[in-house]
Design a protein around this ligand. Sequence first.
Ligand code: NAD
Length: 367
Amino acid sequence: MIDLSRRDVMMAAGGLAALTLPGADVRAQPGRKLGYAIVGLGGYGLGKIIPEFANCTHSRLAGVVSGDRAKAERVAAEHNLPARSIYSYDNFDRIADNPDIDIVYVCLPNAMHAAYTIRAAKAGKHVLCEKPMAISVAESEAMIAACKAANRKLMIGYRCHFEATNLEAMRRARAGEIGKLRYFRSEHAYPQGDPSQWRLKRALSGGGSLMDYGIYALQAARYMTGEEPIAVYAHESTDRSDPRFHEVEDQIEFQLEFPSGVIGSCLSGYSANQNHVLLLGDKARIEMEPATGYAGHRLWVGNRRDTEITPRPGPGKTQWAGQLDHLAHCVIEDREPIVSGEEGLRDMRIIEAIYRSARERTRVVLA
Ligand code: NAD
């Protein structure tokens, strides 16, 4: 469960110079920004994350790792990186010798997350790994163990924990503004095109819409209620004759049972378009739409959509800057990220249970 009081402390924290610095080996001189190496220069790593360093206070781009040398050189030149900070997947482990790089950010297809996280930890680097953390519980546990053994931090790229509207919604739910929580609903779906992309290849994705997009509904169910589910029941509906869905699921619906009696009802899909969260209490409701996207979030608290709320500012200029700087803070202060490897592992355990429930058409109790 996410600890909001710790988050508020983190949000209130000022410059790094003002913080205590127990982790001497991070070479954290006051004013020094921690260096990130981005692994995977694709849509997210290159298109979304790299431009966000301009919005960061304590993080900077310090390296790139890519299978495409020309692309890596172009990105390095654009960001004034020296040639020694460009790596291929083959020589990636040499990152151990690069003192400019403190953190490795894994932005690769899901099935590559575990290997690159473990290699980064063995190279002595802290890790920010994209969601889903991995494609199995076993891989997730191995990632956590590798980072623990190397005494490095592991954070998962759950950017909504740094997004102002989601933080406002969480705060209001926890403050009891809508009364006793009774019901959570979320639909997360977006249409996929090209059947040859890695997201639709099981070996690289580990699964379909649930691994990619339904995970946002699952995360929101947990951070909005503040509870851990005790059982799941899931139902999958996929047109296997559609070339996009020969290997992975399209639509999967899952119910989550929470200890307080709250029911969570989630839909994940790859052939419709929806991004929505609704939380019902016995006095009122909280609704977000779009809820977890990149921009344009809207939040209503009250009865129906009568009162729209403008959230307080989040911890960073953007959700990505907040996320990148949070891990930098955690490294400097030697504390656990609010979305640690263990948080990713909790989702992986539930995801495996959801798939099992759909396969066996049975309610699965979570340990
Ligand atoms: P992408 O296809 O755009 O990029 C993937 C990158 O991995 C490319 O640079 C590609 O060259 C590289 N790669 C290396 N080996 C590969 C292989 N065998 N097959 C395919 N690509 C290979 O994907 P993306 O959208 O950048 O997604 C990367 C990761 O980021 C995924 O885990 C995804 O879930 C995550 N992601 C997160 C968010 C978010 O909002 N948090 C958004 C998008 C993607």
